[in-house]
Design a protein around this ligand. Structure first.
Ligand SMILES: *[C@@H]1O[C@H](CO)[C@@H](O)[C@H](O)[C@H]1NC(C)=O
Ligand SMILES: *[C@@H]1O[C@H](CO)[C@@H](O)[C@H](O)[C@H]1NC(C)=O
Ligand SMILES: *[C@@H]1O[C@H](CO)[C@@H](O)[C@H](O)[C@H]1NC(C)=O
Ligand SMILES: *[C@@H]1O[C@H](CO)[C@@H](O)[C@H](O)[C@H]1NC(C)=O
Length: 366
């Protein structure tokens, strides 16, 4: 059967990682850095996987185990955690995200490191190199000195990366933004029934470009009306459009509803590094620019980023992320904390197309 990549499961909302990888850090730091009673962990880009072709996933080392009551789960990465491609407790790290998404989905480390960097900088503790794929966890301390408030949130927390107009989760101001919403999925499936291609599982079961355009249009239109505080800043709009190659109803349903790999599933045949689909969806929906509802529920466009950050959508996205979603207190950290923050920011900057980097400047404790 044809391998499908499933970026949307990790990209939008966004993601996490593996205790199946015994020693992820190949170059442990010799410098010990203790801040506020926490021991820093220097992040290291893991080496590329040597096997980069397709293969059956999961393998026998990664059986499905339903999460226990203390395991974190959230809007994304649940399948990876249920199979141990990231830690089954839902507390993961920079390296685990890269390894886990590479192993299970063949996501290229360049792309995975961008996703990991975004999540660690906005909702993790990048000093100890930990992030929760759900909510607040006793296993992750607040940032040293509590410079982003008394708790480290997880990726479920609304406002920085987690946002509106998801395909299967409600806006936080409408309902439950963490768990799968059958009503939303049924609405998506109506678009699939109208626009989908025929495939091995039957008529109108394959998500083609037109289906993705129509269901994103519907997600955006419906949430703009229902959610008084609807907001899609550029960093969120990019994530909403950030979907992937063709996939089928059977495959996507298995990930969304059962949070497991579909039967007989094979990962992508080559490392996955972005796709033209988000750009094609954006081009088909030109009325959906970055913006938010005003006090009267009228959708208004956000201001453009200042020059020189307005040169491209990628650069505008980087600007929005650093200025509005990465806590500004991260600009003043020291030691291993600073080395990690600088590396994560460098990853985002390198992918941005901007001509100059930006220091973190976002609000704290939100
Ligand atoms: C699911 O989505 C529908 C449609 O937006 C909404 O009316 C409902 O409140 C949502 N349910 C939950 C539990 O969030
Ligand atoms: C979910 O799992 C159940 C039990 O194994 C199965 O019957 C059902 O077909 C699965 N649903 C999807 C969408 O994969
Ligand atoms: C960026 O902003 C500057 C200053 O407002 C403006 O002159 C320039 O045309 C803008 N560039 C783009 C590509 O929009
Ligand atoms: C960013 O790109 C520069 C130039 O290619 C490279 O030297 C640097 O290591 C990259 N930074 C990160 C964090 O990947």
């Amino acid at each position: 059967m044809k391998p499908f990549s499933l970026l949307l499961l990790v990209v939008s909302p966004l993601f996490i990682v593996v205790n199946a990888w015994p020693n992820i850090r190949d170059a442990p730091s010799t410098t010990v850095d203790i801040q506020d009673g926490q021991t820093g962990t220097l992040m290291v880009l893991p080496p590329r996987q040597t096997d980069t072709g397709t293969k059956r996933v999961p393998d026998s080392d990664h059986p499905f185990v339903a999460p226990g009551p203390n395991d974190m789960r959230g809007p994304a990465m649940n399948t990876l955690a249920n199979h141990g491609y990231i830690s089954r407790n839902g507390i993961t790290s920079f390296e685990e995200i890269i390894r886990g998404t590479g192993e299970a989905f063949n996501i290229d480390p360049l792309m995975a490191s961008g996703m990991a960097a975004l999540n660690l900088l906005t909702r993790g503790n990048p000093f100890v190199d930990k992030i929760s794929i759900g909510g607040v966890s006793p296993l992750i301390p607040p940032l040293p000195g509590q410079i982003d408030g008394p708790e480290t949130q997880g990726i479920t927390k609304h406002g920085r990366v987690e946002g509106d107009a998801s395909m299967t989760r409600s806006d936080v101001h409408i309902g439950d933004n963490r768990n799968f919403n059958q009503t939303l999925w049924d609405m998506d499936l109506e678009q699939l029934a109208k626009f989908g291609d025929d495939g091995p599982d039957g008529p109108a079961t394959v998500f083609n470009l037109q289906t993705l355009i129509e269901l994103k249009r519907q997600n955006l239109e419906s949430d703009q009306v229902l959610d008084p505080e609807f907001a899609i800043p550029i960093r969120r709009l990019n994530a909403v459009f950030g979907t992937t190659k063709q996939a089928t109803k059977r495959i996507i349903s298995s990930f969304f509803m059962n949070q497991t790999f579909p039967e007989n599933w094979f990962r992508a045949a080559a490392p996955v590094l972005g796709s033209s689909i988000p750009g094609e969806i954006a081009a088909a929906l030109p009325q959906w620019v970055p913006g938010h509802n005003d006090a009267n529920g009228v959708f208004v466009a956000d201001p453009q980023p200042p020059a020189p950050f307005n040169i491209s959508s990628g650069c505008a996205n980087y600007w929005d992320t650093l200025v509005n979603a990465v806590p500004g207190t991260l600009a003043d950290v020291t030691g291993i904390f600073k080395q990690n923050v600088d590396m994560l920011n460098g990853i985002l900057f390198n992918a941005s197309g901007c001509s100059e980097p930006i220091a973190p400047a976002g609000p704290t404790n939100i």
